[in-house]
Design a protein around this ligand. Structure first.
Ligand code: MEV
Length: 309
C-alpha cells in the first residue's frame, strides 16, 4: 500500500499575463491537499482510479485518451517504463475545492504521479513530475502556462516565466494570506479562452495591461524577498485593478476584495483564472480575525488563513 499527497496553490501575481509570457508568482497552500492511495487490485483488472467524493470510477485501459485521470496514469507508467497494466486500485480524495483556482486537478495529478512512482519503486525529480502533470493540464484547459504544475510539484514559492525560467525563491519574512472562496466555479479554460479571443481582436489594448502585470510580478518578487509587506499589499491592489481591466473579475470577487481592504488587509486581489474561484488578502495576526469576518459577511463560503514562508 502506498500513500502520496500534493498541496494546493494560489497565484500571488501575474495570472493570465503568464499565459502571454509575462512573469508570475505562485505559492503552495499546504492547508489543503489531494491524496492518492494505492493498493493491489484483483488480478486482471489493470489500473482502476476511484474518486469516491466525485462518485467516479475510471478503468484506465477502457477510458478515452482525453480522460484526465487515465491520461496521467498512462503518462506516468510510460515514463517509469512500465508498458504493462499493473493490477492496482488508486483511490483519490481531496480537501481542495474543485474549480476554484486552488489547483485541485493539478494536485490530484501530482499525487497520482508520486504515489505510482513510489509504489513501483521509481523516483522522479520534481521537474519530471511537473512535466508529466503539464501534459494532463493541457486536457483541462488548452493553453496552460505551466505555473500550477510547477508550484505544486516543487511545493515552494516560484517565480515563473513560461518556457523561460522557473525560480524557486526565498521569502524574506513570512507573511499571511486570507484565502476566500466566492463559492462560484472558476472555469479556467473558459476565462483563458475568452481573454484570448478579446486579445486577438485588439492586441494593442491588452499588451500594455499585460506588460504592467509583468512589471508588478517582478517588483513583488523583490518585495517578498526583502520582506516589504506594505509594498506587497500595494502591488496586490494594483494587480487586481489590472485584472478587472482585463475583464476576468466579477462582482462577487470585487465585493470580497473590498471587504478585505475594509477589514484592514494590506492588499487584496483575485487569484487564479477569476470570474469566481478564490481571492487572496494580505493580513497580519492583528487583522486576520476582522478580515475573515468581513469576508464571510460579504459572501465568502470559506476562508482559510495560510502562512507563506
Ligand atoms: C490558473 O491558475 C492561472 C492562469 O494564469 C492560467 C495559466 O497560467 O495557465 C489563469
Amino acid at each position: 500500500m502506498t500513500l502520496a499527497y500534493a498541496c494546493g496553490k494560489v497565484i500571488l501575481f501575474g495570472e493570465h499575463a503568464v499565459v502571454y509570457g509575462r512573469p508570475a508568482i505562485a505559492v503552495p497552500v499546504t492547508e489543503v491537499q489531494a491524496q492518492a492511495y494505492i493498493e493491489p487490485g484483483p488480478a486482471g483488472q489493470g489500473v482502476v482510479v476511484v474518486a469516491p467524493d466525485l462518485d467516479r470510477r475510471v478503468i484506465v485501459r477502457e477510458a478515452p485518451p482525453d480522460e484526465p485521470l487515465a491520461h496521467i496514469v498512462r503518462g506516468t507508467l510510460r515514463a517509469i517504463g512500465r508498458g504493462s497494466d499493473p493490477d492496482l486500485t488508486i483511490t483519490i480524495t481531496s480537501t481542495i475545492p474543485i474549480a476554484r483556482g486552488l489547483g485541485s486537478g493539478t494536485a490530484v495529478s501530482t499525487a497520482i504521479v508520486r504515489a505510482l512512482a513510489r509504489h513501483l519503486g521509481h523516483w522522479f525529480p520534481s521537474q519530471a513530475i511537473s512535466d508529466l502533470v503539464y501534459q494532463t493540464e493541457v486536457l483541462y484547459h488548452g493553453t496552460p502556462s505551466g505555473i500550477d504544475n510547477t508550484v505544486i510539484a516543487f511545493e515552494k514559492p516560484v517565480y515563473f516565466v513560461k518556457g523561460v525560467t522557473r525560480e524557486i525563491f526565498w521569502v524574506g519574512r513570512p507573511f499571511r494570506l486570507a484565502v476566500a472562496d466566492t463559492g462560484l466555479a472558476s472555469p479556467t479554460w473558459e476565462v483563458v479562452g475568452d481573454l484570448r479571443r478579446r486579445y486577438q481582436a485588439d492586441p494593442t489594448r491588452y499588451e500594455p495591461l499585460l506588460d504592467r502585470v509583468g512589471e508588478i510580478a517582478l517588483a513583488a518578487r523583490s518585495a517578498i524577498v526583502q520582506g516589504q509587506e506594505a509594498e506587497l499589499g500595494r502591488l496586490m491592489d494594483e494587480n487586481h485593478a489590472l485584472l478587472q481591466e482585463l475583464g476576468v473579475s466579477c462582482p462577487e470577487l470585487d465585493r470580497l476584495v473590498a471587504a478585505a481592504r475594509q477589514g484592514g488587509a494590506l492588499g487584496a486581489k483575485l487569484s487564479g483564472a477569476g470570474r469566481g474561484g478564490h481571492m487572496i488578502a494580505l493580513v497580519t495576526e492583528e487583522t486576520q480575525g476582522r478580515v475573515d469576518m468581513l469576508l464571510r459577511l460579504a459572501g465568502a463560503v470559506r476562508v482559510l488563513i495560510t502562512e507563506i514562508r
